[in-house]
Ligand binder design. Structure first.
Ligand code: AMP
Ligand code: MN
Ligand code: MN
Ligand code: MN
Length: 289
């Protein structure tokens, strides 16, 4: 029997259909170069890149896991829920995507109005950055502010603009965690709490979030990311064990401008955890091995 090829999963990536720099085709090409065997495209509130990604996955012989990253609210806290192995044609999922897209377009209009009121007009620049069928994100605004000379880089743009108390900040009403989880699950997908350390929750609060997640059937944590410290990974793996959670591995790759989040750059999952891919729906991933 031939030895099976080693697997190498990256289950959190972005394309230019949200705030990533690459097209899905370029992303799949890059995945092949970096020895990734299974790649999930998880654009913010969008499945528009999945068709192109699927075509490219066949050319580049990478298994595509259809995915999404939903913005949602848990107790007034913004959290990101990654959906993996989803059926992008599911009508309830699509209705959820349309709901969040509408929220994003409304916010974009409000950001433009607020920035213009304060003397910063970046509407033409933002529009030039958006590819057809993509969703507007704050990084598009940050980029446009840089191009207009209002900030020296995107990091500075996210300090001076677009955040609470600064020009261009608009508070959002995202769907609840339960709603977003429902959209993913109805589409046959597995919901994963993205980058759990990013929310800066106390341990007590993180456990409360995990319990509320479990109540709505979300049973996975993103344990391995390029910016997760070894100690944090041990802690997250322990939480997985205590609460019977599955573990995911993803880079959150957006572009080469973020050297800390390279495609395929997440460490391997700790041995003790159960990988999230054990739960994937085999009928939804028809790409060849
Ligand atoms: P949005 O979902 O449109 O509000 O945009 C959120 C996205 O902005 C995140 O997924 C990050 O990719 C990016 N982002 C958030 N904060 C920063 C920051 N301080 N610097 C650079 N990018 C950021
Ligand atoms: Mn992003
Ligand atoms: Mn995120
Ligand atoms: Mn992401």
């Amino acid at each position: 029997m031939p030895t099976p090829l080693p697997t190498n999963y990256d289950l959190h990536t972005h394309s230019h259909f949200s705030d990533g720099a690459l097209s899905p085709t370029e992303l799949l090409m890059r995945a092949q170069e970096r020895g990734i065997s299974h790649l999930a495209l998880t654009d913010h509130d969008s499945v528009s890149g999945l068709e192109e990604a699927y075509q490219a996955s066949q050319v580049h012989r990478v298994n595509l896991i259809p995915g999404i990253e939903f913005s949602c609210h848990w107790n007034f806290q913004l959290v990101h829920l990654v959906g993996l192995s989803i059926d992008p044609d599911n009508s309830q999922l699509q209705a959820g995507v349309e709901e969040n897209k509408a929220r994003r377009w409304q916010r974009a209009d409000a950001i433009h109005a607020d920035l213009k009121k304060r003397g910063y007009d970046v509407q033409d620049k933002v529009e030039a950055l958006l590819v057809k069928d993509s969703v507007p994100t704050r990084p598009h605004f940050a980029q446009a502010l840089v191009e207009s000379g209002y900030a020296k880089n995107k990091k500075q743009a996210f300090k001076r603009f677009l955040v609470p108390g600064k020009p261009g900040y608009i508070a959002m009403q995202w769907p609840s965690l339960a709603e977003a989880a429902g959209w993913i699950q109805t589409a046959g997908g597995v919901a994963v709490l993205a980058h759990p350390m990013r929310y800066r929750l106390t341990r007590t609060k993180l456990i409360r979030l995990i319990k509320d997640m479990l109540d709505v059937g979300v049973n996975a944590l993103e344990v391995a990311t390029p910016i997760t410290e070894p100690q944090q990974m041990i802690m997250l793996a322990q939480l997985c064990k205590e609460h019977n959670l599955f573990a995911s591995r993803g880079s959150d790759f957006h572009s080469d401008d973020q050297p800390w989040a390279k495609l395929g750059g997440a460490p391997l999952l700790p041995e003790a955890v159960q990988p999230v891919w054990d739960q994937f729906n085999p009928t939804i991933n028809p790409t060849p091995n």
